[in-house]
Design a protein around this ligand. Structure first.
Ligand SMILES: Nc1ncnc2c1ncn2[C@@H]1O[C@H](COP(=O)(O)OP(=O)(O)OP(=O)(O)O)[C@@H](O)[C@H]1O
Ligand SMILES: [Mg+2]
Length: 411
């Protein structure tokens, strides 16, 4: 029971102990979490807050970059929310979601009769955002023809509705975001260089979640609380081990993926305490294994061992003949390896099943020796690179480390 109390990271505890202990004091007195839902106190996030505070009071254009799910939209909202424009609209336009044919009439509006279906005058997003902020999300997907018109608005605040003749003026601040490499789009001729520089007056680069894993306890606390209170769910919490595992995971989908995972796990585990073993089921294990993360294979030890031996033998058949020679020279008495006898040609697959006739002990000794040699030679072959050696052996890197220790190998 006391063990439980110690290990369980209660919803209330996450962030107050595990999370905050290692984090520096906040540089800003502003509470970005309660004001804008932005969680994180890592140096990388503090840098983001600092830039937000610097740029918000001005009308300077801001380009927010970063992988998908890193919080670019939240940052755009925070900039608007801290600007003098906060009482005016923040109009968000997903440039990637609007069909190319209508994007200009969506952005700049159209006059009656401008095209088939334009039965009435329609204001565009720029006009709707007058006095406020327009957030051009996924700007990298904006067609080239539209880019030039956006540049014109940025430079002269002027534009024309589709089918119109009158120049219109708006007072709009532009924030743009992209998860693509916009400079590469410029190189490819898909994005105008002049617009790139114009938008990129200030760049806020959102860190990938794997770059600030120290914020994970705080994020988990927030997502847990929000989800449980919205759905009236009682949740026993994540253990320290589960939080640690989350901190090791690379999160290709960043904070969005973490949020989805937390909610999914709470529901599917029916509010029960979640430790690293339970959690591992929901993570992409191959990815984890590649990175040598402390994931416990959820299988009986002997099954894993058996598979290890078979796979190692099958994968490295060509090594077996040499090994046999080695064993013959160095191990006495000559081991019994199933159907193989000294002098006969190499069998395709060696029978490693211990035999009832008393060869089990010998086979066991031999297999251990073989295993050791296989590991040693494979490590040598890959220059000591454990990840590649483990892959070639068909075992997890974690198992490889254990074997190296067990056999006292100099790697
Ligand atoms: N620092 C953060 N604190 C709290 N929630 C966050 C944070 N970053 C992201 N989120 C949450 O993660 C989800 C994705 O965030 P957001 O939509 O801002 O990402 P994005 O960078 O715009 O992604 P995309 O490029 O896919 O549009 C949202 O639910 C958001 O609330
Ligand atoms: Mg977004």
């Amino acid at each position: 029971m006391s063990q439980d109390v110690e290990t369980i990271v209660d919803v209330k505890e996450i962030g107050t102990t595990a999370g905050r202990k290692e984090l520096p004091p906040a540089l800003t007195r502003r509470d970005f979490e309660s004001e804008f839902g932005l969680v994180g106190r890592s140096p990388a996030m503090l840098q983001v807050y600092e830039t937000i505070e610097q740029v918000a009071p001005t009308d300077i254009s801001v380009l927010i970059t970063g992988e998908s799910g890193t919080g670019k939209e939240l940052v755009a909202k925070a900039i608007h929310g801290l600007s003098r424009r906060r009482h005016k609209p923040l109009v968000t336009v997903n440039c990637g979601a609007i069909p190319e044919g209508i994007i200009e009439s969506e952005l700049f509006g159209h006059e009656k009769g401008a095209f088939t279906g334009a039965v009435s005058v329609r204001k565009g997003y720029f006009e709707a955002a007058d006095g406020g902020t327009i957030f051009l999300d996924e700007i990298g997907d904006m067609p080239l023809g539209t880019q030039v018109k956006v540049l014109r608005v940025l430079e002269g605040h002027e534009f024309m509705r589709v089918g119109g003749t009158e120049l219109r003026r708006v007072d709009v601040r532009v924030i743009a975001a992209t998860n693509r490499d916009l400079w590469q789009r410029v190189q490819e001729g898909e994005f105008r260089e002049d617009l790139y520089y114009r938008l990129n007056a200030v760049n806020i680069r959102m860190p990938a979640l794997r770059e600030h894993p120290e914020d994970i306890p705080l994020l988990v606390r927030k997502f847990t609380r929000d989800f449980c209170s919205a759905n009236k769910i009682e949740f026993e919490g994540f253990t320290d081990g589960a939080i640690r595992l989350m901190q090791e995971y690379p999160w290709p989908g960043n904070v969005r993926e973490l949020k989805n995972l937390v909610e999914k796990v709470i529901v599917l585990e029916r509010g029960k305490r979640v430790d690293e073993f339970r959690l591992a089921k929901y993570l992409q294990l191959p990815r984890l294994e590649e990175r040598s993360l402390p994931v416990h294979l959820n299988r009986p030890k002997d099954e894993v061992e058996r598979e290890f031996i078979y796979r190692a033998l099958l994968d490295l058949k060509s090594e077996i003949a040499q090994l046999r020679e080695l064993l013959l020279q160095r191990v006495a008495p000559v081991p019994s390896l199933g159907p193989w006898r000294p002098g006969s040609s190499a069998p395709e697959v060696i029978d490693v099943t211990p035999h009832a006739n008393g060869s089990a002990v010998e086979a066991d000794v031999t297999l251990q020796e073989m295993e050791k040699r296989l590991i040693e030679r494979t490590l040598e072959r890959y220059g000591g690179n454990k990840r590649r050696a483990a892959k070639a052996l068909g075992i997890s890197e974690r198992t490889l480390y254990r074997k190296i220790k067990e056999y006292n190998l100099p790697f």
